[in-house]
Structures are given as structure tokens and as C-alpha cells.
Write a protein that binds this ligand. Structure first.
Ligand code: HEM
Length: 302
């Protein structure tokens, strides 16, 4: 399913899809319908349907174990309600939405995080010191630990801000309106440039520098910022924001407990250029060394 979704996402994120979206007739006439992504989408749907079947066979209704179980329970509970939208078709769609929107985004943010750690060794060392000082020999990190790890928490936020993997989201105006004096007609598509908020010089002290202090007060306490919008805002804000924050915090801290990341021998500077061929901004492919901290004499607690 990951492989199939990857094909679909690469296609959806490509300029070709945008062109197809705008002039489907012309593109179909010139190069035919996009067969490869259509086949991949079919495979992903078949996989999700198979999962639904397995869940139905194996679940115990009083003990739901995951999203699919909860959704199946909801279908049963809302039977007979004409306004209910819960059905298996929507369940499959939701599963694909969650996997499709949830894998690459978090993985790409982690690629950026490791790149920044190798590029800014003093920041990486400060995170590792905080992890060692606060957690000691504790082998397990949980999300609640962020309250005791303000610097690490700030680094995760700065990774999300500085990598800004989604620079733009789109909305269609549902009625004629006026925004800051500009008349906007119903049906107009509006591009919300998240980047302009994440790099606003009036909101951030050094917007174009990787600086975890953006999220710390003078006493080193974590502070959240209104201009921090990597997950967008409003009703259609990223539905996976919370799980993404949890994943990023736990995975990055766990990796830094155990490893130090650095550029390979002979590489003086990591390439920080952004790949702009898709709407999710990735770093250029890179090679990095993960040195077990035990090998450097700074043993992690594991
Ligand atoms: C670093 C990780 C992530 C980032 C930066 C991110 C960012 C975003 C952004 C900017 C949007 C567009 C919101 C809008 O249109 O205003 C979005 C939508 C969405 N995201 Fe995420 N996301 C991340 C992780 C995840 C994860 C882990 C999941 C699922 C488990 C997820 C599921 C979704 C879904 C389903 C939507 C569509 C929401 C809707 O249209 O109502 N995302 N995300």
C-alpha cells in the first residue's frame, strides 16, 4: 500500500497533475489518461478493503483496537440515521487519506530534522545534553516528557517551521466577501501562503536561521507562537497534527539519545537546498553518518 500511495502522491504532487486538473480534456487527448497512478490507486483501495474485511472478521465490538474498529462500530451505531455518512466506502477513503497524508509528511520532516542536526552540531549536542540530564537512564521517551524537555521540544518546532514542507494551501471562497478591503468573489480559489507566516520578520527574531530560541523565553521555557502554522489553520487544519507532533518528538529524541548524526568523512557542508519539484518540499537526497553515542564515549541511556 505504501508503494502504491507513493506513486499516487508523486503524481498528485507533480506539475503534470496540476495541468491535468486544469485541462483534463486536452491532456487526455495528448497523452491519454494517467494510467499508472490510477492502477496504483486501485491497488491501494483493494488493500484497504481487504483490511476492512479482516477487521470485521477479527474485531470484538466491545473492544475496538484501532481507527478501523472504531469506524466499523460507528457504522453499526448509526444504522437507521438518514443523516449519517458512515459507511465502508467512506472508511476506505478515510484510511487512504490518513496513510496518504500521514506518511510522507512526517518522514520528510524527519529527513530535514536529521539534516539540521548534522549541519548544526552545537544544537544537536544541546538536545543530547538535555535528554541525558533530564531522562537519565530512562530507556523510554513519551510525549509527556516534552514538558521536561523544553529545548528538545523547541527544536522539533523549529524543524517544522524552518523546513516548512507545505508552503501553500488552497481554499475556495464559498460566498462573496471582503478581506482587508479586497473584494473576493464566491468561487475564487485563494492560496494561503503558510511560508509568509513561518518566515515573517515581524514574528521571528531570525526567520532565515535555524534557531530553536524562537520557541524559548529568556528563562529557557517553551513558548508557543501564533505565527507557527506548518499544519495550516482553521476548520481544515491538518487532522493529523497531534499524531505528527507526537511521532516527531518521540522518534527524533529517541534517535538522538542513541546516535550522533554528522556529515560523512570529507563532506564539509551538508546540502541544505530545497527540492521544489513537488508541493511537499524535500531536502536533496543526502548521505549521513549515524554514530552510536557509545562509540564516542557519550553513551546514551539505552
Ligand atoms: C509533519 C507532518 C505534517 C505536516 C507538516 C502536515 C501539514 C498539513 C497541512 C498544511 C495540511 C493542509 C491543511 C489545509 O488545507 O489548510 C494538512 C492536511 C491534512 N493532513 Fe497533515 N501534516 C502532517 C502530518 C499528517 C499526519 C501524520 C496525518 C494523518 C495521520 C495527516 C493527515 C492530514 C489530512 C487527512 C489532511 C486533510 C485535512 C482536511 O482537508 O480536512 N497529516 N496537513
Amino acid at each position: 500500500m505504501f508503494h502504491s500511495l507513493d506513486i499516487v502522491i508523486q503524481y498528485v504532487a507533480s506539475p503534470f497533475h496540476l495541468l491535468y486538473f486544469i485541462t483534463p480534456k486536452w491532456i487526455r487527448r495528448l497523452v491519454g489518461p494517467p494510467r499508472k497512478p490510477a492502477r496504483a490507486a486501485k491497488t491501494a483501495r483493494a488493500f484497504a478493503r481487504e483490511e476492512v474485511r479482516n477487521h470485521k472478521k477479527n474485531m470484538s465490538p466491545g473492544d475496538p483496537q484501532d481507527f478501523t474498529d472504531f469506524y466499523l462500530n460507528q457504522i453499526v451505531q448509526s444504522t437507521g440515521d438518514p443523516a449519517a455518512t458512515y459507511d465502508e466506502h467512506n472508511l476506505v477513503k478515510s484510511m487512504l487519506d490518513l496513510f496518504g497524508a500521514g506518511i510522507d509528511t512526517t518522514a520528510i520532516t524527519l529527513y530535514w530534522a536529521l539534516l539540521y542536526m548534522a549541519a548544526y552540531p552545537h544544537i544537536q549536542a544541546t538536545v543530547q545534553k538535555e535528554l541525558d540530564d533530564v531522562l537519565g537512564p530512562s530507556p523510554v521517551i513519551c510525549y509527556d516528557d516534552r514538558k521536561r524537555l523544553p529545548y528538545t521540544h523547541a527544536v522539533v518546532h523549529e524543524v517544522l517551521r524552518y523546513s516548512s514542507i507545505f508552503s501553500t494551501t488552497f481554499r475556495r471562497c464559498t460566498k462573496d466577501t471582503v478581506i482587508q478591503g479586497f473584494p473576493i468573489k464566491k468561487g475564487t480559489t485563494i492560496a494561503a501562503i503558510l511560508y509568509s507566516s513561518l518566515f515573517d520578520p515581524e514574528q521571528w527574531k531570525t526567520p532565515h536561521q535555524f534557531n530553536p530560541n524562537h520557541f524559548l523565553d529568556e528563562d529557557g521555557n517553551f513558548v508557543s507562537k501564533e505565527a507557527f502554522v506548518p499544519f495550516s489553520a482553521g476548520h481544515r487544519v491538518c487532522v493529523g497534527e497531534q499524531i505528527a507532533r507526537i511521532e516527531l518528538f518521540i522518534v527524533l529524541s529517541s534517535l538522538l539519545q542513541e546516535f550522533t548524526f554528522r556529515a560523512p568523512e570529507g563532506v564539509k557542508e551538508m546540502n541544505m537546498k530545497r527540492q521544489s519539484k513537488s508541493f511537499i518540499v524535500r531536502p536533496q537526497p543526502y548521505t549521513i553518518c549515524a554514530i552510536p553515542r557509545s562509540a564516542t564515549g557519550k553513551e546514551g541511556p539505552w
